[in-house]
Design a protein around this ligand. Structure first.
Ligand code: COA
Length: 217
């Protein structure tokens, strides 16, 4: 074909037969998921269903984690406990899962109402001490992950909305999240109504503290 064709203006519409999902920037449909407390899952499920769900949570956690290798099985277990197992075991009322169908899990939010800087159970998270004044006021916090296939379809925002509702029902003033300053998920948290209140560290190790405040400031 001629070079002129290569530089021809792109048609406004895709050619006939072009599948809609290949249209550039097409928005994927919102996922139809139920948001359920982990405590309800574990009390209502059979042991087999519970084990299947727990395995999916682990798979999502390790797939999304930036840490991929561990010095030993024990180190891997400690890492899992720090960011996931602790919440599953001790904060199941504020641990939410997104379920598509009966047992397919597309994401989870591991939340707690306790301050990670003053509650010794979170000591290994090593949050910047300078965040302490703010986390004391907004101690509720969470860690969230959605399967790669389900991202961008509203699952994450539904999980955050469920946690926000639980915080409001508990009479809390808001909640916070700590993440890497350079992380792409900062944009997601802003879309969920959180705002940056503090920053610590420099370069690739910098972290930000984002807070969602309810009502009057
Ligand atoms: C961050 C994450 C939880 C968001 O969940 P999600 O289901 O993909 O997000 P949603 O579809 O609910 O998106 C909600 C809004 O945030 C926006 N958004 C989502 N991810 C974003 C990102 N990385 N950067 C900027 N905006 C983002 C969406 O465009 C959407 O905006 P809209 O309302 O204008 O459409 C998910 O992408 C994920 O698990 N990422 C990898 C792991 C991770 O970063 N976890 C957090 C660790 S602190």
């Amino acid at each position: 074909m001629s070079q002129a064709n290569d530089h021809a203006p792109r048609p406004d519409r895709p050619p006939l037969g072009h599948p809609p999902e290949q249209v550039p920037h097409a928005r994927p449909p919102t996922a139809d998921v139920a948001i359920v407390r982990w405590s309800d899952c574990t009390s209502d499920c059979t042991d087999d269903d519970k084990a299947a769900l727990a395995a999916q949570i682990d798979a999502i956690f390790f797939e999304a984690s930036r840490t991929k290798t561990f010095a030993s099985a024990r180190e891997r277990q400690r890492f899992r406990h720090r960011w996931l197992g602790l919440y599953e075991e001790q904060f199941a009322e504020t641990f939410f899962v997104a379920i598509d169908g009966r047992t397919r899990l597309t994401g989870y939010l591991a939340g707690a109402f306790s301050d990670p800087l003053s509650d010794p159970r979170f000591a290994e998270q090593a949050i910047a001490p300078s965040f302490g004044a703010i986390t004391a006021r907004y101690p509720a916090h969470f860690h969230i992950n959605v399967t790669a296939e389900a991202r961008g379809r509203g699952v994450g925002s539904k999980l955050v909305a469920a946690f926000a509702h639980a915080c409001r029902c508990a009479g809390l003033a808001g909640f916070h999240v700590v993440t890497a300053a350079q992380s792409r998920n900062v944009g997601f948290y802003r879309r969920c109504g959180l705002e940056e209140l503090a920053r610590a560290g420099k370069g690739a190790g910098a972290t930000v503290l984002l807070v969602r405040r309810f009502g009057a400031r």
